[in-house]
Write a protein that binds this ligand. Structure first.
Ligand SMILES: Nc1ncnc2c1ncn2[C@@H]1O[C@H](COP(=O)(O)OP(=O)(O)OP(=O)(O)O)[C@@H](O)[C@H]1O
Length: 689
């Protein structure tokens, strides 16, 4: 029985065919898998560079190009006859001797480039790789046939020009060496191409290499899998090597944290991890994300990713507030009541009157959330001796006692009315679980931790009380917590290192954005200021190495004379996008204030345009082809009412500004293809010049 593996181009090639041709090609592939008498058979192609290459006739004047080893056929493309033959003749295939992945070479193009490199080198004595000997190059898996060509290269520009012609596992270490990096640096770059580590490499064994190259080959055991792979989006089947390795590693000894910039695939890795754990079947998996909207999105993606209903049923998707709510409701036998926004505002106002100057409502709320709830301080004695990280205004004993009393007023009033805030609920839920939990994995009877694995997306915004809840909801054991997040996109005031909460993580980092174009990414990094960000990790995460691999249009920033003109400009832009054929659900409009949001909704509604319009916060965790942000003006972004006065607490103000900047950055980073920003009056001080 032949075995089929397909490259990511095959579903795309099939989708590009007309309907009947595609249908015939898929039928032929099914026959091939089932080895029926009418199945297409491999036909040799004359003058190939690789004797293993053949074609399969799949439909009228269309063929699949395959590389055959033993019973395995690796299909690379489905093309019209002439193109398929030419593809078969141009390419050769190898196994990387260092990391054992399969490589595809456009050998024809490399042959053609050689004279140009020779000419460019001219009489120059200088060679880019003069400092690296052949043995080191071979040790890094560089193909022996490539080395003579490399010896002609004089500049990194010439090396860059070769990039599209080289397998990534070849180019990655060479790019590092070309920039003067060490052999160790080159190894690190090569390591990003490893999805499945190879204990030893047999360069003649292409089949094993394909099993280690999941971004280039997926094995199709039966027609059912064929239909699923052909119908699913690319990310369901073909993770990039680092993404694959992180998601599919069988055993992590304890919690894992994956950080990475916007669009590096953290959510996809987290989804695949949840699927992997559910397949392993050791117990229930909770996939947690930020809001219900994002959770619904994640649930829909999991439905696509995990086709076995029994396995899918092991994964619950939700957000941390819902979890807290449920735990408390179960314990108390009825749903807890939540404190309303305006009640809270009144209570904090009353509290500030009790505390007296200079401790206004915002100061007290911060003190409660960031010091008292963050450290789970339950008595004034604990508070009197507690550290107050991130709070630059010192409080002596007398002031702390007054602040405690004022805050107690709020908590007492809430208690008296039977109401709680979401953070209180999280704190209470973790206490409830903590009381009843033990070792789920032990033999001594069932325990109360509701889950065996928790996967957390958008982790940068979780509060310590919520982390404590998560820690209590899963037993400390291998594969317990898998956490992904980006501290640069934090939009709330939670800057806690996981280690400070007793969650010791093994950390990994993703650097390549698959969503953003070069232009949007580079502009966004300038907006963010390129500074390192704290939170989640010990120390800081920086943006070094954060890069995109596809070009696009520069973000457009437009100034208008008035708000009305700005809204007219918005309508014109969105209408033009729709006219270009961008589906309405791929367009989002965002603004910092609900007033701007209402204005945009009305203006677009009157123009008969229905696209998503939300606050900047509402865009968190989502992705769109086109994003328009309006009201990016001074006095609006940053929102003045959210900033602590500098004379009250300069550190808190700096944090507020950073949070507001992070919010605008996060919103900009939702745009895969086009980003448009507008303002009237003066531009937001965050916009790069
Ligand atoms: N393996 C992949 N195959 C196809 N597309 C991918 C892959 N990895 C990432 N992408 C693209 O990049 C986008 C971003 O992925 P994802 O949402 O997982 O990133 P993220 O790191 O969670 O982003 P953010 O932090 O900005 O929310 C995906 O929607 C997809 O378009």
């Amino acid at each position: 029985m032949p075995r089929l593996a397909i490259a990511p181009e095959v579903p795309r090639d099939l989708d590009a065919l007309d309907r009947l041709l595609r249908r015939d090609a898929v039928v032929a592939l099914r026959r091939f898998l089932l080895n029926t008498t009418s199945a297409p058979h491999p036909e040799r192609v004359r003058n190939t560079r690789d004797a293993r290459v053949a074609t399969l006739r799949l439909a009228d004047r269309h063929r699949g190009v395959v590389v055959r080893q033993r019973d395995v056929y690796w299909m690379l493309a489905v093309l019209p006859d002439a193109d398929a033959w030419s593809f078969a003749q141009r390419h050769r295939f190898s196994v990387n001797s260092a990391i054992g992945v399969a490589e595809i070479w456009d050998a024809d193009a490399l042959d053609r480039v050689e004279p140009a490199l020779r000419r460019a080198a001219g009489n120059s004595e200088w060679r880019l790789f003069a400092h690296v000997c052949d043995t080191d190059l071979l040790g890094l898996g560089v193909d022996a046939d490539l080395i003579p060509l490399l010896r002609l290269i004089t500049t990194d520009v010439a090396l860059d020009a070769l990039e599209p012609l080289l397998p990534e596992s070849q180019y990655a270490p060479l790019a590092v060496l070309g920039q003067g990096g060490s052999i160790a640096d080159a190894w690190r770059a090569l390591d990003t191409r490893v999805a499945v580590p190879a204990p030893s490499v047999d360069v003649t064994d292409l089949v094993s290499a394909l099993e280690r190259t999941p971004d280039r080959a997926v094995f199709i055991p039966d027609p059912g899998t064929l239909d699923r792979v052909l119908g699913a989006p690319h990310w369901c089947t073909f993770l990039y090597p680092t993404q694959h390795r992180l998601a599919h590693q069988d055993l992590y000894q304890g919690p894992v944290l994956v950080t990475g910039g916007a669009g590096t695939g953290k959510t996809l890795v987290a989804l695949h991890r949840a699927g992997h754990l559910a397949h392993a079947g050791a117990g229930r998996v909770l996939f947690l994300t930020f809001s219900q909207k994002v959770a619904d999105d994640a649930a829909a993606k999991l439905d696509l990713l995990v086709d076995d209903a029994e396995v899918r049923a092991r994964i619950e998707v939700g957000n941390v507030d819902r979890l807290a709510h449920r735990v408390v409701a179960e314990a108390e036998g009825r749903p807890p009541l939540l404190a309303g926004r305006s009640d809270l505002a009144t209570l904090w106002q009353e509290a500030s009157e009790i505390a007296g100057d200079p401790h206004g409502p915002a100061f007290l709320l911060r003190e409660w959330e960031q010091v008292i709830l963050a450290q789970n301080l339950c008595t004034v004695q604990e508070y009197l001796v507690a550290d107050r990280p991130g709070r630059s205004v010192g409080l002596d004993e007398e002031q702390r006692t007054a602040v405690w009393k004022a805050i107690e007023h709020v908590t007492e009033r809430l208690r008296a009315t039977g109401r709680r805030t979401l953070l209180q609920l999280a704190a209470q839920a973790s206490t409830l679980l903590g009381r009843t939990t033990g070792d789920l994995l032990g033999d001594d009877g069932p325990r109360r931790e509701p889950y065996r694995h928790i996967v957390v997306d958008e982790a940068q915004d979780l509060h310590p009380a919520q982390w404590r809840l998560l820690r209590a909801a899963v037993p400390p054991a291998a594969n317990d917590l898998f956490i992904v997040g980006d501290p640069h996109q934090r939009v709330f005031d939670t800057r806690v290192a996981l280690s400070a909460l007793g969650i010791k993580v093994e950390t990994h980092h993703l650097t390549i954005s698959h969503r953003l174009s070069h232009e949007i990414l580079a502009w966004g990094v300038r907006l963010r200021g390129g500074n390192a960000a704290d939170g989640l990790v010990d120390g800081v995460v920086d943006l070094v190495g954060f890069r995109s691999i596809h070009p696009g249009a520069r973000p457009a920033v437009r100034e208008y004379a008035s708000r009305e003109a700005e809204l007219t400009g918005l309508v014109t832009h969105v209408r033009a996008w729709l006219a270009e054929g961008v589906p309405a659900e791929e367009i989002a409009v965002g603004a910092r204030t609900s007033e701007y949001v209402r204005g945009a909704r009305t203006a677009l509604g009157q123009a008969g345009i229905s696209v998503r319009v939300s606050t900047l916060h509402g865009l968190k965790g989502l992705e769109f082809r086109r994003v328009a942000l309006i009201g990016v003006a001074e006095g609006v972004v940053p929102a003045p009412e959210t900033l602590t006065p500098a004379d009250e607490d300069p550190t808190a103000r700096a944090h507020d500004l950073q949070r507001e900047r992070g919010l605008l950055y996060m919103a900009c980073m939702r745009a895969a293809e086009r980003l448009y920003l507008s303002y009237s009056g003066r531009a937001s001080p965050f916009l790069p010049p």
